[in-house]
Design a protein around this ligand. Structure first.
Ligand code: SF4
Ligand code: SF4
Length: 307
């Protein structure tokens, strides 16, 4: 049975953290904006309840959502729906986690990120322990800046071995990492090379727009967050009838939440049912076939290098 994977990004655009590299740092939504976002999220959850399909849902907010009660309520409610195979959220893990004690353990998972300039390692690990006590699964991501390497090593030591720690590579300068830097990063994250690449994508076959789609706060559907072509609207259309195989119009696909859905990269095989929360199936078992970037595959499908 097809599991449709939905990437939801509503109107939220604020964060309680102030990471120097992030455009959302120091942004705040007004009370009215938050109320509108809460209404949109609730409407989306109501739609999921009646969608009649097997679904996986990843919340990819602009900013931090778990600090807001309406997202916590939505996650718990979705996790308890029998046809929701998975519901996950990208979060800095700073919010109240106790609300998840009544969540469906099989469905709910977290794509957590650690931000060393914004919180202490001790506090972040305490939040991780809470998830473990509730038997909720999570991955942890951290930006692979060289000045973070000691912290990354300590984070790896303090996380349980069965928690996948992934590195968000710095890609702006191809000479940024020395050979010994890459050796270190590969010890932490054997799959780090997969995200050192901007995958050529124009003309590539992609599940986005077919079994994967992006939904905004108004219910508008696009193939993914990076392709601005509206397919329909979940509140107006039978969206499942409008989905179909498509090819990518963009020159490159640069973000895991996009390229993970490219059939030619075969990453569903690596992540299995955990594709939304970014946990490799069978982790900490490492799949050697995936420890190198899949550039050969991407280049073969789409040779244009126009970037
Ligand atoms: S926690 Fe994430 S969204 Fe918030 S400021 Fe940092 S990078 Fe941006
Ligand atoms: S390859 Fe990436 S950018 Fe292109 S449609 Fe797929 S997810 Fe979107």
């Amino acid at each position: 049975m097809t599991v449709y994977r939905v990437l939801y990004r509503g109107s939220l655009s604020s964060c309680n953290y102030e990471c120097g590299y992030c455009p959302l740092a120091k942004t705040r939504n007004t009370r009215d904006e938050l109320q509108q976002d809460a209404h949109q999220v609730e409407r989306f959850v109501d739609w999921v309840a009646t969608a009649g399909r097997s679904l996986g849902i990843l919340f990819t907010p602009w900013g931090e959502a778990v600090v807001h009660p309406h997202y916590r309520r939505a996650l718990v409610r979705l996790s308890r729906m029998p046809h929701v195979q998975r519901v996950a959220i990208q979060t800095n893990l700073s919010g109240h986690l106790d609300d998840f004690s009544s969540a469906g353990r099989n469905a709910l998972a977290f794509w957590a990120t650690y931000h060393p300039t914004q919180t202490t390692l001790a506090r972040f690990i305490r939040q991780c322990r809470k998830l473990e006590e509730m038997r909720l699964r999570y991955s942890v991501g951290v930006v692979g800046l060289r000045e973070n390497f000691d912290t990354i090593a300590e984070l790896r030591r303090r996380l349980p071995p069965d928690v996948y720690l992934w590195i968000n590579c710095f890609k702006n300068d191809p000479r940024y990492y020395r050979a010994d830097d890459l050796s270190f990063l590969r010890e932490i994250d054997p799959y780090v090379d997969l995200n050192r690449v901007d995958y050529p994508s124009r003309g590539a076959t992609c599940r986005a727009g077919d079994s994967v789609f992006s939904v905004d706060g108004h219910g508008n559907v696009r193939p993914c967050h990076f392709v601005d072509r509206q397919i329909g609207n979940i509140y107006r259309d039978n969206i499942f009838a409008l989905l179909a195989p498509r090819t990518c119009p963009n020159v490159t696909c640069e973000c895991h939440i996009g390229y993970v859905h490219r059939p030619d990269l075969d990453l569903y095989w690596l992540f299995g049912d955990n594709v939304l929360e970014r946990i490799p199936a069978g982790w900490p078992l490492v799949q050697p076939a995936f420890t190198q970037a899949r550039t050969a595959v991407g280049s073969a499908r789409c040779p244009c290098q126009e970037k």
